[in-house]
Design a protein around this ligand. Sequence first.
Ligand code: NAP
Length: 307
Amino acid sequence: MSVKKVDVAVLGGGPGGYTAALYCARAGFSVTVIEKMAPGGQMATTGRVDNYPGFDEGVDGFELGERMQRGAERFGAETLFADVTGVELAGDTKRILTTDGELEARAVVLSTGASPRELGLPEERELRGRGVAYCATCDGMLYKDKTVVVAGGGNSAAADALHLAKLCKKVILVHRRDTLRASQVYLAPLRESGVEFVWNSRITGILHGAQVTGVRVEDVKTGAEREIPCDGLFVAVGRVPDTALFADQVKLEEHGYVDADETTRTDLPGVFAVGDLRSKPLRQIVTAASDGAVAAHFIEEYLLQQA
Ligand code: NAP
């Protein structure tokens, strides 16, 4: 099979990846974005995005992903829908193996994002799709008029609880502390939504037959345990960076994110990290897109030095 040669290979078609692709393609470089599912990454699973500027009435996350793809392709970037199975990032020529052939690139953008963190409960994996879910926008409709528990206290848990409150009979948010980490913007809507809160509690078990029937929670202060009947458990306890493909090649920081500063440069020349997998204080669509633009700037500088 022939090897495709490009200036820039982008691993992952989220907002960071497609912004890097747009800027690099517009600067005249050949670019291929390799995406395994759909353009947009995590954003594509978000029903409505209200905090990406320029969309005064909000925009559907999936649609925004497609628009970012088309925006980059307008300048010649290409998308390869395939799984990346291996990478060799050291050296001037980077090799990328995919389920649909091999690429050689002069520079690589790592933009594989992050996946939902699991609670780590017994049978959590087996019950995925049978009452355990990680994406309220994707699976919420399955729980219409039912009772669900949301685990977590960050922006994802808040957004999921609000989304589910519009669909479900009852939403119970279980958080291990007595305050949410979520942004202020969620607090008033949550109060008005009818979402019930179970504070200072951690989920210790999932009750089930063929489907989830409830969760067992422990009060972290008193140690008292009780059961909460529910039809579904939405886990929203953060994300884990998707770095398995290159963790042995690129320097990671202590929490497993790629160690790249505001230039998006990693410790490997010609390898850049953008979006949620990079060490950074705020993971948002707009900061991922910003990373993509910054990466393109330093990629251009790098490629011109190499030429
Ligand atoms: P996050 O901000 O890291 O919050 C994770 C939450 O889960 C925290 O409240 C944490 O509790 C809790 N948690 C972690 N591990 C747990 C465990 N094992 N058991 C029980 N609870 C656990 O994660 P996120 O909410 O998924 O957000 C990820 C990133 O995406 C953030 O940067 C966020 O801002 C961004 N995001 C933004 C939006 C938005 O702006 N609209 C929406 C969604 C996501 P503690 O508080 O006790 O640590």
